[in-house]
Write a protein that binds this ligand. Structure first.
Ligand SMILES: [Zn+2]
Length: 321
């Protein structure tokens, strides 16, 4: 599990906000019923003195402490049942002024004892989704809704896509912490984005950081760093792509290719390989086009370290219409 400190902070903050608003709205409901019923206001005032009365009882000496506390407890119980009765006559449910936590298990603290509560884990996953850069797609595209039916028109394509899907699923369950890279190749609308998003989703759910970016923006980050390097207080923008636990580089080949972009992409992929950080590349280009567009240096690096997943079939986007 390697959540970023910032993500943990954000997720905890969200849970803390829930707790605060639960407490505040209970307080608001209490003021509402107290305004309607002076008796309830009196009861609440009496109950609020409980802690002080316990303190006074124990401060008065050891004689009869237990009996006095028991008497106080009974009084409080009577006050509470009287309070419920008044609420009932006013038409409110008996627990109307109780705090209503979003998560009753941890009472919106994020922890169930010393263990992280499921609600905090869910927030961390949501935080990971947000930080990945995928946007709303990640909520829509998963392995569960990836359908092989679109590839049925050709038996060969279907068999190939079945293998591709299996490989993607296996990757999503094991990488990271295992090291591996995928090169997704195939035309537009054949499901590359869907499967890479599904992998991202699963990897984030497993607690890892995923960064999803198109090649164009990665190169823009490198350009930014080239012109601004050394300025105080500014982080290198390319660092997030070098450091991400899983990087998904979308649409390689659509960007403007020049010597700078080629060396930027080489630096990125090579550094990640050297650091054994997994990367997924998706491209609409075929092998020969990729080879022609990028140097042999990049291409041989890719072929040596990447598992190629082929996407074939009829453009799914047309079939879905
Ligand atoms: Zn919880």
């Amino acid at each position: 599990m390697a959540y970023l400190a910032e993500q943990i902070r954000e997720a905890r903050q969200r849970i803390a906000d829930r707790r605060l608003s639960a407490v505040e709205s209970a307080e608001e409901r209490r003021r509402e019923v107290e305004a309607k019923s002076p008796e309830i206001a009196q009861i609440d005032a009496a109950l609020a003195k409980t802690a002080r009365r316990i303190f006074e009882i124990s401060a008065a000496g050891p004689d009869g402490v237990r009996e006095k506390i028991e008497k106080l407890r009974k009084e409080n119980e009577e006050l509470l049942s009287e309070r419920r009765a008044i609420l009932d006559t006013l038409g409110y449910p008996g627990d109307y002024t109780e705090i209503r936590y979003t998560c009753p298990i941890c009472q919106d603290t994020g922890y169930d004892g010393t263990r992280m509560c499921a609600c905090l884990k869910r927030e961390l996953v949501a935080e990971g989704f947000r930080a990945s850069g995928i946007g709303r797609l990640i909520e829509k595209q998963s392995f569960e809704n990836f359908s092989l039916d679109y590839y049925r028109s050709s038996e060969k394509d279907y068999a190939l896509m079945e293998q591709t899907l299996e490989a993607a699923k296996e990757f999503a369950e094991t990488v990271p912490p295992q090291y591996g890279n995928l090169l997704m190749m195939g035309g537009t609308g054949l499901g590359k984005t869907h499967l890479s998003t599904a992998i991202a989703r699963r990897v984030i759910e497993r607690g890892y950081e995923v960064r999803y970016e198109n090649a164009q923006n990665v190169i823009a980050a490198y350009e930014h760093d080239r012109f601004r390097s050394g300025r105080d207080g500014e982080d290198e923008r390319s660092a997030i792509y070098l450091d991400a636990e899983l990087l998904i580089l979308d649409d390689l080949g659509t960007e403007l290719v020049n010597s700078f972009s080629v060396s930027a992409i080489y630096h990125l992929l090579n550094t990640r390989i050297n650091r054994e950080k997994p990367t997924i590349i998706s491209t609409n280009l075929m092998q020969e086009e990729l080879q022609a567009k990028y140097s042999d240096r990049i291409f041989s690096r890719l072929l040596g370290e990447y598992r190629i997943l082929l996407f074939k079939g009829t453009n799914v986007r047309y079939l879905k219409k």
